[in-house]
Ligand binder design. Structure first.
Ligand SMILES: [Zn+2]
Length: 337
């Protein structure tokens, strides 16, 4: 049953950001047009990385019989190499955009993330962790490493062949900065990890939970920035994604596959992004991240286009109550299973 949804602002407890939940805006504002995206195998740069002269880092499980392959991005957002210390130009701080930007290719061309098995997602987790640790060790100036996956042009993907990406930055991204400092402040005031408190509340409310297994829980956050956004958290909170015990990879793979499948069934396979938020590489706060931060994975269907309010205020307008989004997503299983 869809209840009455009043317009209200809700504040993100960690970052302090406000989100406007607006029932006044029709759901019709959710864009559902999908551009033609499919490109055939022929001429695909990721189908045979050797033949297409990609800089191969390594294949998983090995270079011959690979299911996934890490290659260097030919058009990296940050150039390979080590960033120097920060510099200034006139009034401004500047920083050489040096780091590491890899593509992580899935073997099969003709599938989308909606077709990935839970084993494929679990393999992806193994590859993400291994490459994360390698970059961490070799790039002494990196402040942050982001792992993400773009599905579709509406989500920033320019090549059809399924692939994730991993990129290191010599600066701390603003989104991460907000969460790190917000959760640190909470810890200083209350002596507790804010993520544990939020998770406890979500579990108690039980309205927005979409999926859970032994080690992970997925829910539509009370302050969802985007319609049908889902976050997956480890039940045993930990600051660092890359140290996730190997035996939990399959549980995380299963969680991602379940949530992606539900989004596909409810929203007719929209383009989407997922990304992992984990602790920064450098601890400038003199406290262990583990005391106050928790890594998580966010899945964001790309349903709406940002307008003047978002650009002008950084306040996002969400037209779907996360309670309803979660209810629909949970129900998706009943329709299909
Ligand atoms: Zn391909």
């Amino acid at each position: 049953m869809i209840k009455k949804f009043l317009s209200e602002f809700r504040q993100n407890l960690v970052s302090g950001e406000w989100v406007l939940f607006s029932a006044g805006r029709a759901k019709g504002h959710i864009a559902k047009e999908k551009e033609a995206f499919y490109k055939p195998k022929e001429g695909c740069p990721f189908d045979d990385p050797v033949a297409s002269r990609q800089e191969i880092v390594w294949g998983f499980p090995d270079n011959e019989k690979w299911n996934m392959m890490v290659i260097q991005n030919k058009y990296p957002a940050v150039m390979p190499g080590k960033a120097d210390e920060e510099a200034t130009e006139g009034l401004f701080k500047i920083h050489a955009a040096a780091g590491n930007h890899d593509i992580i290719i899935f073997r099969e061309h003709d599938i989308t993330p909606y077709d990935f098995s839970k084993e494929q997602f679990a393999d992806a987790i193994k590859v993400y962790k291994r490459r994360y640790k390698e970059i961490y060790e070799k790039d002494g100036y990196a402040e942050y490493i982001l792992i993400f996956h773009n599905y579709g042009p509406g989500a920033g993907a320019s090549i059809y062949h399924p692939h994730s990406q991993i990129i290191s930055f010599p600066v701390l991204p603003p989104d991460v900065y907000g969460s790190i400092y917000g959760s640190f402040d909470y810890y200083k005031k209350h002596g507790k990890k804010i993520y544990d408190i939020i998770l406890e509340w979500e579990i108690k409310q039980a309205k927005r939970i979409v999926y859970e297994n032994e080690y992970f829980i997925a829910f539509c956050p009370f302050v969802s920035k985007y319609p049908y956004e889902v976050r997956i958290f480890p039940k045993q909170s930990h600051a660092h994604f890359e140290v996730l015990p190997d035996e939990q990879d399959k549980f995380l793979g299963e969680a991602i596959q379940d949530v992606v499948g539900k989004i596909g069934r409810v929203l007719d396979k929209p383009f989407f992004n997922y990304f992992i938020h984990t602790a920064p590489l450098k601890d400038d706060l003199g406290e262990h991240f583990h005391d106050f931060y928790c890594w998580h994975l966010e899945i964001v269907p790309r349903l709406s286009i940002e307008g003047g309010v978002e650009l002008g205020t950084d306040i996002h307008i969400n037209v779907v109550d996360p309670d309803d989004a979660a209810e629909e997503l949970r129900g998706a299983c009943l329709l299909a299973c």
